[in-house]
Design a binder for this molecule. Structure first.
Ligand SMILES: NC(=O)c1ccc[n+]([C@@H]2O[C@H](COP(=O)([O-])OP(=O)(O)OC[C@H]3O[C@@H](n4cnc5c(N)ncnc54)[C@H](O)[C@@H]3O)[C@@H](O)[C@H]2O)c1
Length: 421
């Protein structure tokens, strides 16, 4: 059966998007280079928490969704959506090599009339200046022989109140006709579509959203450090400010930014801005403050131990939550990794519990999640809450632990043994 839609990259973005189209009655094929992932999808096994196995298996059984490692599937599709990683290089510059390689393969099979859409987060100009020339190498012209558009993914893994269907979809095409084609495609499931005038506007919209979060988180993180020095409770202050019915939006301080987006995306814009002799200082400053947070949190753990006449060296520390955000198992860029590394370098014996992350293997860490027994809580010199998962009973943590250092303000302090960021 020929596929109507091909999704290239079946990760956190691609798989839920494939499911949204398949549930809307479209025939979808996911193209991925990861053979094991492709086989799992075809068996109805999801690697993304937001997609339940039963949902995926149902769509696979009905024949609406399948996965493949064969790039030829794109030739059969009416629309090809690119959901590929856009990381930073080791020099913290945009690394579009994965995207460019996939687009080169796609260019070999491009057919007149196809619609190509970029969903990956990237700097303004990528679709027009990078993708279009590669796709045009076979002689077809973008905007004339095939349609090209940009529609940034806005998924927030783990979120239930806003879904792929209800979150408005921003769409900007290379030409007005490209925009129309893309809008028509997304109207299969999106309840609201926001048309912007160009691919560049769509690309920058996504970056603005993430930079807005990064800058505001940096602001409250800096305030948290100041509040500690001033003997004030930053959480109380943020909560009080949030009672203003207009003109204020609360952000929470924490141990630092994580995930595939916030620590990375802003630097796509700062890199592009250099081309225009325009240093974007908010982005750099926010990056600096947020990157410092795991170091600051390690200092706060040391201080809390010191107040109990203990040193970090030789202490037994239990980290609660290592993924970068609540209720998911995603470890990418998680500040917990940096914090664990710093505490181990200072001589602590570090273990962790995370119901979503059974094993932790990074460059310098190789640990398994310990069971959250009363004994484990009592044994630790300090329990550090880095990520708050709903599956963890934080009231029990408060009861059983000897000392808690809480970077998320979730542990009720009934007996004065909780230190909060
Ligand atoms: N994860 C999020 O919450 C989120 C939210 C919004 C936007 N984004 C953006 O979406 C894009 C994708 O992110 P993600 O989190 O889904 O990444 P991911 O790593 O979860 O998934 C990417 C997939 O692409 C596959 N892949 C790599 N090279 C390929 C190739 N040449 N051909 C086919 N498949 C290939 C990988 O095997 C992987 O399965 C990024 O630009 C990201 O910034 C992510």
């Amino acid at each position: 059966m020929s596929a109507q839609i091909a999704i290239v990259g079946a990760g956190y973005v691609g798989l839920p998007l494939a499911v949204a189209f398949a549930e809307a009655g479209r025939n979808v094929v996911c193209l991925d280079i990861d053979q094991a992932l492709v086989e799992a999808i075809n068996r109805g096994r999801s690697h993304v928490e937001d997609v339940a196995d039963e949902t995926l298996a149902g769509l696979v059984d009905e024949g609406c969704l399948r996965a493949s490692t064969d790039p030829a599937v794109c030739a059969e599709a009416d629309a090809v959506l690119l959901c590929l990683p856009t990381p930073l290089s080791t020099n913290r510059e945009p690394d579009l090599s994965i995207l460019e390689a996939a687009v080169r393969t796609l260019a070999d099979q491009l057919r007149p009339g196809q619609l190509i859409i970029l969903e990956s987060t990237t700097y303004p100009g990528t679709t027009r200046e990078v993708l279009a020339p590669i796709l045009e190498q076979g002689g077809l012209v973008a905007g004339r022989d095939f349609h090209l558009a940009m529609s940034p993914e806005r998924i927030d893994p783990g979120r239930r109140d806003w879904t792929m269907k209800t979150t408005p979809k921003v769409v900007g095409g290379l030409t007005p006709a490209c925009t129309e084609r893309a809008i028509e495609l997304y109207s299969a499931f999106a309840e609201r579509i926001v048309r912007v005038s160009s691919c560049e506007a769509a690309e920058l919209t996504k970056l603005l959203e993430n930079i807005f979060r990064s800058v505001n988180i940096a602001l409250v993180n800096e305030l948290a450090m100041l509040c500690h020095r001033m003997g004030l409770d930053v959480w109380e202050v943020v909560d009080a400010a949030a009672t203003k019915p207009y003109g204020f939006m609360p952000f929470s301080p924490g141990p630092g930014l994580g995930g595939h987006c916030l620590p990375i995306d802003p630097f796509y814009l700062s890199w592009k801005a250099r081309e225009y002799d325009f240093p974007v200082e908010f982005i750099e400053l926010a990056g600096k403050v947020n990157q410092h947070m795991p170091y600051y949190c390690a200092e706060r753990v040391a201080q809390a131990l010191n107040d109990q006449a203990k040193a970090v060296r030789g202490s037994s520390l239990l980290i609660l939550g290592v993924s970068y955000k609540s209720n998911v198992g995603d470890l990418r860029e998680s500040p917990a990794l940096k914090l664990i590394q710093l505490l181990r370098e200072a001589g602590a014996d570090v273990s962790y519990h995370d119901p979503h992350v059974p094993n932790l293997a990074s460059e310098s860490i190789d640990l398994e999640s310990v069971e959250l027994t009363d004994e484990a809580l009592q044994r630790a010199d300090a329990v550090c809450v880095v990520t708050a998962h709903a599956a963890v009973d934080h009231a029990r943590v408060a009861e059983q632990a000897r000392l808690v250092v809480d970077f998320r303000n979730v542990v009720p302090d009934r007996n004065g043994k909780v230190v909060v960021l």
